[in-house]
Design a protein around this ligand. Structure first.
Ligand SMILES: NC(=O)c1ccc[n+]([C@@H]2O[C@H](COP(=O)([O-])OP(=O)(O)OC[C@H]3O[C@@H](n4cnc5c(N)ncnc54)[C@H](O)[C@@H]3O)[C@@H](O)[C@H]2O)c1
Length: 329
């Protein structure tokens, strides 16, 4: 059982708290938030609370931290947690620049602690099947990925909310949703080579932009066509095209409350066949993989090279959104 402190008890920290309270591999021994209202919520659930990350880092009972804080805080909080000898699960994005991602990996490795990232989509059962089909060669050569992840949850946020700021969330929807699909593409295709991105505000008051379209070309030559919108109802789709067949996963609901998926597969010369996948908590699977790694039962399945490759591509997307040009990764 890995004893952890959850840092940041907003939307996602509360969801993670609920999941951890049902886990048989992790136990919350402290909840930290800079806002005392969030701490009241945690205290009502029987959790010890603190206003300061430092309290959790000084607590010898805490073996790991789960960071659910605003994006610009991740790099410094990882460095402090690693220096205190705590294993780190950091919500996405790991960082906003390649240099910061590399520094976080280095700090954790130097301290001999595990670094895990909140890219739960890799743990969704149909995505594991997509990875198997890609890796086994059953799809043939991987040609192109089409991915979309859209939602309208941020339309009700006050304009000053950090998630709507250029500083915390460059390129509009990218750090909210697009980053997950980018991570899946890196998992399947390897490092990216160059990107071309458009971000506009077309259907809302979200000053930072609500509609992102991106073309990411990988070193393999394959492309990711990425769509991420913050002003349309939830939609999630990930399709991989190969020269022997294609596979597509459609999400039935947002990952905060999974309702299952439909995987459709078509072989060359065949007709599309669909299969339903029941709901499963990929967020829990990811957190438990973190605990398995921290307690030495199994390596964390996301290679650090892919964590860095994802953020390197993210940083190039920020540059292209700002410049309007093709940007190298
Ligand atoms: N994996 C996913 O699917 C997923 C989904 C949603 C959000 N997230 C990520 O979770 C993180 C948090 O996002 P959110 O939507 O929950 O934001 P939020 O604003 O709802 O919550 C952030 C919380 O952090 C607290 N906080 C701010 N500064 C702090 C500090 N210095 N120390 C301790 N607490 C502090 C805030 O008071 C707030 O309660 C982000 O990285 C976000 O991208 C991941």
């Amino acid at each position: 059982m890995l004893d952890v402190a959850v840092i940041g008890l907003g939307w996602w920290g509360k969801i993670i708290t609920g999941i951890l309270q049902e886990s048989t591999k992790l136990r919350i021994c402290r909840a930290v938030d800079a806002d005392s209202r969030a701490l009241r919520w945690a205290a009502e659930r029987g959790l010890a609370t603190s206003l300061e990350l430092g309290d959790a880092l000084a607590d010898p009972a805490v073996k790991g931290v789960v960071l659910c804080t605003p994006h610009t805080l991740h790099t410094e909080q990882i460095a402090r947690a690693a220096a205190a000898g705590k294993h780190v699960f950091c919500e996405k994005p790991l960082a906003l620049s390649r240099l910061d991602a590399e520094a976080s990996v280095r700090h954790c490795n130097d301290a001999g602690v595990v670094l895990a990232v909140g890219h739960e989509r890799r743990f969704e059962p149909p995505m594991l099947e997509v990875k198997r089909l890609a890796q086994s060669g059953e799809l043939g050569a991987l040609l192109q990925i089409e991915a979309s992840f859209s939602q309208d949850k941020f339309l009700s946020l006050p304009p000053a909310n950090w998630r709507l700021s250029e500083r915390e969330a460059p390129a509009g929807p990218m750090t909210a949703t697009g980053i997950h699909q980018l991570d899946l593409a890196v998992w399947l295709l390897g490092p990216a080579d160059r990107v071309f991105v458009s971000v506009r505000r077309l259907g809302s008051n979200l000053a930072n932009g609500d509609t992102l379209g991106a073309l990411v070309t990988f070193k393999s030559g394959s492309n990711l066509l990425l769509s991420a919108i913050l002003a349309t109802p939830f939609a999630g789709r990930f399709a991989v095209y190969g020269n022997e067949g294609w596979v597509e996963v459609r999400d039935k609901a947002h990952p905060e409350a999974p309702e299952g998926w439909v995987l459709t597969r078509c072989r060359r010369g065949g007709t599309p066949e669909s299969r339903d996948y029941p709901a499963a908590s990929a967020v829990r699977a990811n957190l438990e993989a973190f605990a398995d790694a921290a307690e030495g039962r199994a390596p964390y399945p996301v290679p650090q090279s892919e964590m860095i490759a994802n953020i390197a591509a993210l940083e190039a997307i920020f540059r292209s959104a700002a410049s309007g040009w093709v940007e190298p990764v």
